[in-house]
Design a binder for this molecule. Structure first.
Ligand SMILES: C[S@@+](CC[C@H](N)C(=O)[O-])C[C@H]1O[C@@H](n2cnc3c(N)ncnc32)[C@H](O)[C@@H]1O
Length: 233
């Protein structure tokens, strides 16, 4: 497996997921760009969001993903996250039916209960993707879809940038970041029993440059990826 340390050009102090998101929570929604994930969700040919019966939102954070799901017709969503402060914001928004503090690799959610499982912008925090794909498969019903939106390995390697935030005191702080090749996703998904149904990659385009003019040097590089998996049913 690749180590982010081999690509790190920032050298920011690094904290674990709970510590990092526990602090980032105050500014999280102001700093995460929809171009990263929402733009890809909007491009997907499936799922047919309005027909989803019950969704599991893994790494639900503040409810940003759930807000988009609800806007697109998904009315029943259960969320799981490791960080109490992120969950507290999600709880206050009342977008989820149930919220649970747990690891995405061991959610405690019911077997075969969901026709949609989604995990957006969490993959780089996992040392190994296989337990996530296996857990998503366990909680998915036959025929269900698993949508995963990932931080593109090419961008992490090229930019040398970890997932990070700026603290109240102005320090740039990294949250433990791992690099997963697209083939790591493919092999983890296939190994867990999923079939790949669709994949999209988001590139640094005019929209991104308008948000981050300094990223002109990354123009046309991929920054995120969405994979849609189907459970045999
Ligand atoms: C970048 S946020 C994404 C939140 C939301 N899905 C969105 O797109 O805005 C990553 C979230 O994943 C959570 N997370 C990271 N690793 C996790 C794990 N192993 N188990 C559960 N949650 C995790 C963090 O606490 C954080 O809330």
């Amino acid at each position: 497996m690749l180590s982010f340390a081999d690509f790190d050009t920032r050298g920011y102090r690094t904290v674990d997921v709970r510590t990092g998101y526990g602090q980032w929570v105050a500014t999280y929604e102001d700093t995460v760009e929809d171009a990263m994930d929402i733009a890809l969700l909007e491009e997907l040919a499936e799922p047919s969001w309005g027909n989803v019966r019950r969704a599991a939102d893994l790494g639900c954070g503040t409810g940003r993903t759930a807000a988009w799901l609800r806007r697109n017709g998904v009315s029943s969503i259960d969320g799981v996250d490791l960080t109490p402060e992120m969950l507290a914001v999600a709880r206050s928004r009342k977008l989820h039916d149930h919220l649970r503090e747990a690891d995405v690799t061991d959610t405690g959610l019911e077997d075969g209960a969901y026709d949609l499982v989604i995990a957006s912008l969490i993959d780089e925090h996992l040392p190994d993707l296989r337990p996530l794909y296996a857990e998503a498969h366990r909680i998915a019903e036959p025929g269900a879809l698993f949508v995963i939106v990932a931080f593109h390995p090419h961008f992490i390697m090229t930019s040398g940038m970890p997932t990070h935030f700026t603290s109240a005191s102005g320090e740039h702080i990294a949250i433990t970041t791992h690099v997963h090749l697209i083939s790591d996703h493919v092999m983890a998904g296939l190994g867990a029993g999923w079939t790949l149904a669709e994949m999209r990659e988001g590139i640094i385009d005019d929209r991104w440059i308008a948000l981050k003019p300094k990223w002109e040097r990354f123009r046309n590089h991929p920054i995120s990826a969405a994979l849609v998996w189907r459970k045999q049913g």
